[in-house]
Design a protein around this ligand. Structure first.
Ligand code: FAD
Length: 333
């Protein structure tokens, strides 16, 4: 049981934007159920917006016991100040023991702000969550030092225990249309004004990332050194009619979108040809590419583990090699 008996329940922030692509809320509900079961409590999803009832129903179908909804025209668009305000007041009023959110653009902005206002801790980008059998505390496992170490973080005194989790870490429960739960509409106060005005919003013309089906995949790692270098991989992929994948450090550096992550916490692919550039070959990455038919690795360090699994290894500087390869291919194709 939790040390702090007055706090109860596992909450999940309902991040429903791009519902069909963004499954992280559903994944957190599944994990939340597991945690709630161990703590003998319930999973509640908190949804803010306008006309969000359909999402509340979906969350119940995916395993939420309760959904708390804040319906207001001023919550239609995500804005940090009013969102943080509603969540802050509800946490104070209902005292959840645990509060989880996806490490999406929203979760990453909202949760630090909320944790600060609540004067509690927050672990970002967790890769595992467990309940300590003895203390009932949430063990928040998060990569430290760029993924070299795993840190286990606890929040012994403050509540709620807050964490964000990357999409793809946990698995959602199947949709069960016979599931039932409570959909609650607690009162909301006058909302503070948002400090940003949205003049217009436009859907990004997301080019469909289909790494799982691509015959050719070029993967970039930390060794590329900069976004400019990483961008060259897209040119290479265009010429080879392939896709671009990335290791965790490349994603964390903002060189590529999260959807391109390969490995243990990302995608698993089976292309005919995989070119791995500036990647060391860490196990957490290579588990995602083991199914590739042919692997070509480029790394300036001849002892890099990636060469052990590569069919063809090139020891050299990616910054020199990639432009050369592009030039050769452009002449050929
Ligand atoms: C629980 C857990 C889960 C994880 N899940 C994932 C996951 O799903 N996917 C993932 O990718 N990682 C994951 N990681 C991180 C993983 O352990 C590695 O840290 C990561 O894969 C390393 O990425 P990298 O090879 O790009 O970087 P590094 O390991 O830093 O390697 C960079 C390489 O580039 C080479 N290099 C440097 N400069 C150049 C140059 N100019 N030209 C050519 N080569 C150069 C270097 O010799 C080096 O070998 C996870 C870690 C943990 C702890």
């Amino acid at each position: 049981m939790g040390m702090n008996k007055s706090y109860n329940g596992v909450w999940v922030f309902g991040d429903y934007r791009n519902y069909f692509q963004n499954r992280v809320t559903l994944q957190l509900i599944a994990k939340g159920r597991d945690l709630a079961h161990k703590l003998d409590t319930k999973v509640t999803v908190v949804v803010l917006g306008e006309n969000v009832h359909q999402y509340a129903m979906e969350y119940v179908a995916h395993g939420a016991d309760d959904v708390m909804v804040a319906e207001d025209h001023d919550l239609k668009e995500y804005h940090l100040e009013p969102y943080a305000d509603v969540l802050f007041k509800w946490v104070k009023a209902f005292s959840p023991e645990i509060f989880l959110a996806g490490a999406t653009a929203f979760g990453r902005e909202l949760f630090p702000r909320l944790a600060k206002r609540l004067n509690t801790g927050l672990s970002a980008d967790c890769v595992a969550l467990e309940v300590d059998a003895d203390t009932g505390l949430l063990i928040q496992t998060t990569p430290a030092f760029g993924g070299e170490l795993l840190a286990e973080v606890i929040t012994p005194d403050q509540r709620p225990q807050m964490a964000t989790v990357h999409p793809g870490v946990f698995q959602e429960l199947p949709h069960n249309r016979d599931a039932w739960g409570h959909i609650i509409y607690p009162e909301i106060d006058t909302l503070p004004e948002a400090r940003v005005e949205v003049l217009r919003s436009r859907r990004q013309q997301a080019h469909n990332i289909n790494l799982e089906d691509a015959a050719v995949v070029i993967v970039g790692g930390r060794g590329l050194g900069s976004k400019e270098q990483f961008r060259l991989l897209f040119k290479l992929a265009d010429l080879l009619e392939g896709e671009v994948g990335a290791t965790r450090p490349a994603i964390l550096a903002g060189w590529a979108e999260e959807d391109r992550l390969l490995g243990q916490t990302g995608k698993t692919i089976k292309p005919k040809l995989l070119i791995s550039v500036g990647t060391s070959g860490a196990l957490q990455y290579t588990t995602g590419i083991q199914g590739a038919e042919t692997i070509i690795a480029i790394n300036r360090d001849p002892s890099a583990p990636i060469f052990k699994m590569a069919d063809l290894g090139l020891v050299g500087d990616a910054g020199t090699f990639i432009p050369m390869l592009l030039e050769v291919l452009r002449k050929r194709i």
